[in-house]
Design a binder for this molecule. Structure first.
Ligand code: HAM
Length: 441
């Protein structure tokens, strides 16, 4: 348009760093994964929960822990505008994960009053201000599940842990993701942790001087978080530190043994990783990550993680309600699929080509009829030449073109062209929907 120069590149509006648009046809892969997840959750009697994306910052500080990278370094948090000048605004945060929100909802709505265990799943965006790279985004999606409840309803049982892990194995198998490894550990309960922290502090006192500034701080505030350190020079030192698995008390040892026994009985394969502590503070006992076949995800190798959090509800002011859950990184899961987006994308059964003036109306009536019978229909326009309509239909991957001209409407039968073979035949109006939706091969 005259006077409207395209904007200089620097002025162009773009998706915010670390966020992205998921466009068709790739979005079909996301739908495919989510539909498979919903099917699996259904079979295990999990029900959907949707918690707000926005929560009070304090929730994550208390649940996930201030010393964790997720809360200490990566939160999108700010002070909301105060209602009155004399007041302070509420501190808000975009959720970096969904377990804290689910447990808050469990407490807020007294979900323990419902029968059995609370078994919920969620699919939604999470936010972490990380350095973006392949498989790591600032807005990413998780598919997660949580099981929480009173101990009297069986929430502490090793059978719950094993069922959740078996669900995950089933889900990944169903998506055709093979070659994953389930890494498993137990990080004990609060009293084990206290003894382990003492031992860690002691071990660190001799070596921490040689470690990074973060580790120096962690050694004092929350020694377990030293295991989250990614600084290469610190790794040989971390290797020499005590292992949590050596500090488990008898009930925690027995619980872990029972989880493993159940997994063995169900033939769910796992590898013990005594160094796995997970990066969030709420974990107790069973902790796990699934690592896909090497290479698919570059440096970002965990496709999902989870574990028990038996003390989380109490630490947020709720009743004693042990729980366990997992969250799958959906972005990473989609990256590791072998399916192509094209193979799972929905394509039109037919492209309707109205021929001649006044035929848009007839085409619209026919499209309405066919769509009521679940056919996927794309529309041409009476202004298009037939050749153009056919070319467009081929590009869109439609199976048929239906020609809607005055003669066809009068005759009550339409010329239907099969695009892969070029065959053409007349199909009576009443049989058209059945004709379109039956498989061609
Ligand atoms: P998490 O290990 O922090 O656990 O995250 C789970 C998964 O989310 C990771 O394994 C990864 O696949 C994905 N993820 C994390 N950060 C990013 C990112 N920046 N970009 C892309 N994907 C990412 C949790 O969030 C816990 N709430 C899991 C849980 C549920 N534990 C108990 N219940």
């Amino acid at each position: 348009m005259a006077g409207q120069e395209p904007k200089a590149k620097s002025q162009q509006l773009r998706a915010v760093r670390g966020t992205r648009d998921i466009l068709p046809p790739e979005s079909a892969l996301w739908n495919f994964v989510e539909a498979a997840a919903r099917d699996v959750f259904r079979a295990y009697n999990f029900h959907e929960i949707r918690t707000p994306i926005l929560e009070d910052l304090g929730l994550f500080q208390r649940a996930v822990g201030e010393e964790t990278d997720v809360v200490g370094k990566e939160m999108f948090a700010w002070e909301d505008r105060a209602r009155a000048e004399s007041e302070k605004g509420q501190m808000l945060a975009l959720r970096p994960e969904n377990t804290a929100g689910v447990v808050r909802a469990y407490i807020e709505h007294k979900l323990w009053e419902r029968p059995g265990l609370t078994k919920v799943f969620y699919i939604g965006p999470q936010f972490r201000r990380e350095r973006p790279q392949k498989g790591r985004y600032r807005q990413f999606f998780q598919i997660g599940a949580e099981v929480i409840g009173p101990p009297a309803n069986g929430s502490e049982s090793a059978a719950v842990d094993a069922e959740l892990l078996e669900l995950l194995a089933t889900f990944l198998d169903r998506l055709g993701i093979s070659g994953w490894t389930l890494e498993l550990n137990s990080i004990g309960c609060a009293s084990d942790r206290a003894r382990f922290n003492d031992a860690l502090k002691q071990a660190l006192s001799g070596v921490v001087e040689k470690m990074c500034v973060d580790c120096k701080r962690r050694a004092v505030t929350n020694p377990l978080r030293v295991f989250d350190c990614k600084v290469p020079a610190d790794q040989p030192i971390i290797e020499t530190l005590p292992k949590i698995a050596d500090y488990l008390d008898e009930p925690c040892r027995a619980h872990f043994a029972a989880v493993r026994e159940l997994l063995d009985a169900m033939s769910v394969a796992y590898t013990l990783n005594p160094r796995l502590v997970r990066g969030l503070d709420y974990y107790t006992r069973t902790a796990f990550e699934f690592i896909p076949r090497s290479g698919t995800l570059g440096a970002q190798n965990a496709i999902l993680g989870g574990g028990r959090y038996d003390g989380l509800s109490e630490s947020l002011g709720g009743p004693h309600a042990p729980g366990i859950g997992f969250a799958i990184g959906e972005d990473r899961l989609v990256m590791s699929l072998t399916e192509s987006a094209d193979a799972v994308a929905v394509k039109p059964d037919a492209y309707i080509a109205p021929l001649g003036s006044g035929m848009n109306k007839e085409a619209a009536k026919l499209a309405r009829e066919l769509r009521h019978h679940d056919a996927v229909i794309e529309m041409g326009d009476e202004g298009f030449k037939l050749k153009k309509s056919i070319e467009t239909a081929v590009k869109l991957g439609a199976r048929y073109v239906i020609i809607v001209g005055e003669n066809e409407v009068k005759a009550g039968a339409f010329a239907v062209k099969r695009l892969d073979s070029g065959e053409q035949q007349n199909v009576p109006r009443a049989e058209l929907a059945g004709f379109l939706t039956r498989p061609t091969r």
